[in-house]
Design a protein around this ligand. Structure first.
Ligand code: 9PG
Length: 540
């Protein structure tokens, strides 16, 4: 029997957190909050302290399953996955956090009239999708409430792995999908004695998303690729997106019964990427799970010991499954299957992953959107109001807002850039990314050695060998050795589209929803990546 809804007329006293059971919980706030902490569902979804009113719905809608929790994206009250917090006053934070899966926190008003009058929102509510579960409620300093919440999560989801975070070179942010055997072999040689622990091959080696076999650009095969990396004295890393497929994959054609369906029995959308419609695997289907375990074993047998498993949100999307499990529980089951099959000695980085359901089962988690060689794309930020797309500002904002996860899991902030070639970031923004890596204690980079000057190569070496003392001063400011680093320029959100910008905003929202436009965009990108690859050849 689920417990009846629970109402707390006042929050707990500062310094005395509560853990209680309820399917539905409301906490009356002693005063209107100044800010709301929203926590996006998966790695790329926005996490930030924002003004209390709801934010405009991000666009385009076709990408919602890929970028947010599609069930709550249209919510008109500020919504947060598993955990929410309000700032009542300077350093007076009230945190409401679920200690179980399938749970949400929302800021709401007592009645809709007060909202219409513009009065501040005055209640925090939390609920579980099914049955009831535990809630953690605490009031106090920001540091205190988040640390205590993390402690309680650790007791329930498992501890942080004791593997040290490796220093990673990853192929994505240089040539994207335009990788091939020749350029990677050469890169692995030219990285020379730079102190990387892992060289990780990203998207571009496979036949198709869903068909995890080597493509024609790697004629020597996967064993040889791993072998080449290992011959340089590093561990071999590989990217794959095992819980998703593109429409044109053989897997999708051959096993239509392995895919998640919606209420009407149609295939549920997992978003749109690589110029195609994406579908999610049904992570409860026994035959699919066998396939998944075999895939993990295959990757290990090829010789890869560091696995970046991406687009994992697909395993937790809402829909009809072979076994009727709550979606996040189903996802967690698939993560267990993958972990068991790959072995505990593999380093497992989860990306594009729902946050709470991944704790305790992987070694590291990407906690923000991708970086790029741009600070911010004005089209995405101001017109589409979308903060999940690649860019330094988006990555810094969400990552800094999720550092409270550090006691629970290694947090990956994505890569740092050093090169002036093929990159238009300012020195300040590059430094901000370096500092982000320091505060996350997770270091990765992606550049081709021929793009970096001898001086840049030395900065990269220094970065990889440094282990600065990091101290958080407040939400936005850190002390890194004897420097004070301020991330506030990244944390704020631009104002919602207003007045004359509403028209181009609607048009971009419409255009971004058209598969033909996304496909065209994909092809343009691909050709730009190929040109970059050609330039890399000429520079040799
Ligand atoms: C490979 C890449 C890299 C990268 C991952 C992931 O919102 N989106 O449309 C979206 C698409 C791709 C993406 C992130 C977000 O990138 O984070 O490091 O591995 O896949 O395709």
């Amino acid at each position: 029997m689920p417990t009846p809804p629970l109402k707390l007329d006042s929050p707990p006293q500062a310094g005395s957190p509560l853990v209680i059971n309820a399917s539905f919980l409301t906490v009356s706030l002693p005063r209107p909050p100044r800010k709301f902490y929203r926590h996006g569902w998966q790695s790329w979804s926005l996490a930030a302290w924002t003004e209390p009113p709801p934010l405009p719905v991000q666009r385009p809608a076709i990408l919602h399953p890929l970028q947010t929790d599609p069930r709550y994206v249209n919510e008109t009250s500020p919504h947060s996955s598993w955990i929410g917090a309000v700032e009542l006053d300077e350093n007076d934070i009230l945190l409401v956090g679920a200690l179980g899966l399938e749970s949400h926190v929302q800021l709401s008003s007592k009645n809709s009239e007060s909202q219409l009058e513009g009065a501040a929102l005055s209640m925090s509510k939390g609920w579980y999708e099914r049955d009831d579960g535990e809630w953690f409620i605490a009031r106090g300093s920001e540091e205190f409430v988040f640390a205590k919440y993390a402690e309680e999560l650790g007791k329930r989801f498992g501890k942080k792995s004791d593997k040290p975070a490796p220093r990673v070179w990853c192929s994505w942010y240089s040539l994207y999908t335009a990788i091939d055997e020749a350029i990677l072999f050469r890169t692995f040689d030219e990285l020379g004695d730079l102190p990387f622990d892992v060289l990780q091959v990203d998207d571009g080696w496979q036949t198709s998303i869903g068909d995890w076999e080597v493509n024609g650009k790697f004629p020597s095969g996967m064993n040889a690729l791993a072998e080449k990396i290992k011959s340089t004295g590093r561990k071999a890393g590989l990217w794959l997106a095992p819980l998703i497929t593109v429409e044109s994959s053989r897997l999708f054609r051959e096993h239509p019964d392995w895919f998640l369906r919606d209420e009407n029995g149609k295939f549920a959308s997992a978003g749109f990427n690589w110029g195609e419609q994406l579908y999610a695997l049904d992570v409860t289907h026994p035959a699919m799970l066998e396939w998944l375990a075999a895939l993990m074993k295959q990757v290990r047998a090829w010789g890869f010991d560091y696995l970046k498993l991406d687009f994992l949100y697909a395993g937790a999307l809402p829909g009809k499954r072979f076994v009727d499990l709550p979606s996040e529980e189903a996802y967690r089951g698939a993560l267990k299957v993958m972990r068991e099959a790959m072995g505990t000695d593999a380093y497992f980085l989860a990306c594009g992953s729902p946050v709470l359901p991944s704790l305790g089962l992987c070694d590291a988690l990407r906690i923000g959107p991708d970086v790029s060689d741009k600070w911010e794309d004005p089209r995405d930020a101001t017109l589409l109001y979308n903060f999940t797309t690649p860019g330094v500002r988006n990555a810094v904002r969400t990552t800094v807002s999720r550092l409270w996860l550090q006691p629970l899991i290694a947090v990956d902030p994505d890569v740092v850039y050093f090169s002036g070639k093929e990159n238009s970031l300012s020195a300040e923004h590059k430094q901000l990314l370096q500092d982000l890596a320091f505060i996350c204690n997770f270091k990765a980079t992606s550049e081709l050695p021929q793009w970096i000057s001898p001086a840049e190569r030395e900065s990269l070496r220094e970065f990889l060998t440094a282990s600065p003392q990091v101290k958080r001063i407040n939400r936005a400011t850190f002390q890194i050795d004897d420097r004070i680093v301020d991330f506030s320029s990244a944390l704020a959100l631009p104002p919602p589209p207003r007045g004359l910008t509403k028209l181009p905003a609607s048009f971009m929202g419409w255009l971004g929803n058209q598969p033909f436009a996304l496909n065209l965009f994909h092809r343009l990108n691909k050709s730009a990546f190929r040109k970059k690859r050609q330039r890399a050849e000429i520079e040799s």
